[in-house]
Design a protein around this ligand. Structure first.
Ligand SMILES: [Zn+2]
Length: 247
């Protein structure tokens, strides 16, 4: 093993200690795990670096980000109605809730709906526009709520976190037995992903620091007492799935 590899953190999913360089891009180096093909940034950004990225995530929030509200609500309603076929009401948490669209859709479908996000602008926008939801600026790891949730929804967030195990463990700790996790993230193994990964819109280190495929994502979830219940067909390079917490 080269000296360089000794400095690279082991794979978060399978623990392999011999990652191979996947690509260097700008100031960043990404490594691929030979065991499970997880691709990850090394070194990972610190928490304060991540918070800085988020504070600026929707730069010009008022102008651009919230313009596509009807589309966002439509998509949220479609996704929540899929979930509502399995879970009839109950407690719903959106981790990384942005402007609260999915929380609003969940409320419409009879859930008691909560949302958390790191971005203060998104949280205040959500509070103002969707008073039926309960919004808090928080990471899942620090989020406190009195009762477990029936559904946790987490779309396009896990690729941003530095420690996927802590993140999933924090979600599972807040889910009731047999509760559902709806999870989406980019799929680096997808047949429609550009061959030159640098041309893929989801390739954006350091903001995205973990790049999954459906197999290693399932393996990560299994480690945390979740079973993949259904994987949805994705025409864009993404993974969309529902997982269920074991009893
Ligand atoms: Zn691995």
């Amino acid at each position: 093993m080269s000296k360089k590899n000794l400095e690279v953190a082991p794979c978060q999913i399978c623990g392999s200690h011999s990652p191979q360089l996947f690509i260097r891009h700008l100031d960043y180096a990404l490594f691929e795990c030979p065991g499970c093909s997880l691709i990850y940034l090394n070194p990972m950004p610190t928490l304060s670096e991540i918070e800085q990225i988020y504070d600026d995530a929707y730069g010009g929030t008022g102008e651009g980000y919230f313009l596509k509200i009807p589309q966002k609500l439509r998509r949220a309603r479609k996704r929540v109605s899929r979930i509502a076929r399995l879970v009839n009401g109950g407690r719903f948490l959106d981790v990384g809730c942005n402007g609260g669209f999915t929380v609003a859709a969940a409320h419409e479908q009879g859930f008691k709906a909560y949302g958390i996000d790191l971005d203060a602008v998104s949280i205040s926008w959500a509070k103002e526009h969707y008073p039926s939801g309960q919004f808090v600026r928080s990471r899942i790891e620090e989020y406190e709520n009195t009762e477990p949730f029936d559904v946790i929804y987490c779309s396009e967030v896990i690729e941003h976190v530095a420690n996927a195990n802590d993140f999933i463990a924090a979600i599972v700790a807040r889910l009731r037995p047999e509760g559902f996790l709806y999870l989406t993230t980019p799929d680096i193994s997808h047949w429609r992903r550009p061959r030159d990964v640098r041309r893929w819109d989801a390739f954006c280190p350091p903001s995205h620091c973990l790049y999954f495929n459906p197999r290693n994502l399932s393996k990560l979830l299994e480690k945390h007492n979740l079973t993949v219940y259904r994987q949805f067909l994705a025409f864009k390079p993404g993974i969309k799935l529902l997982a269920q917490k074991k009893n």
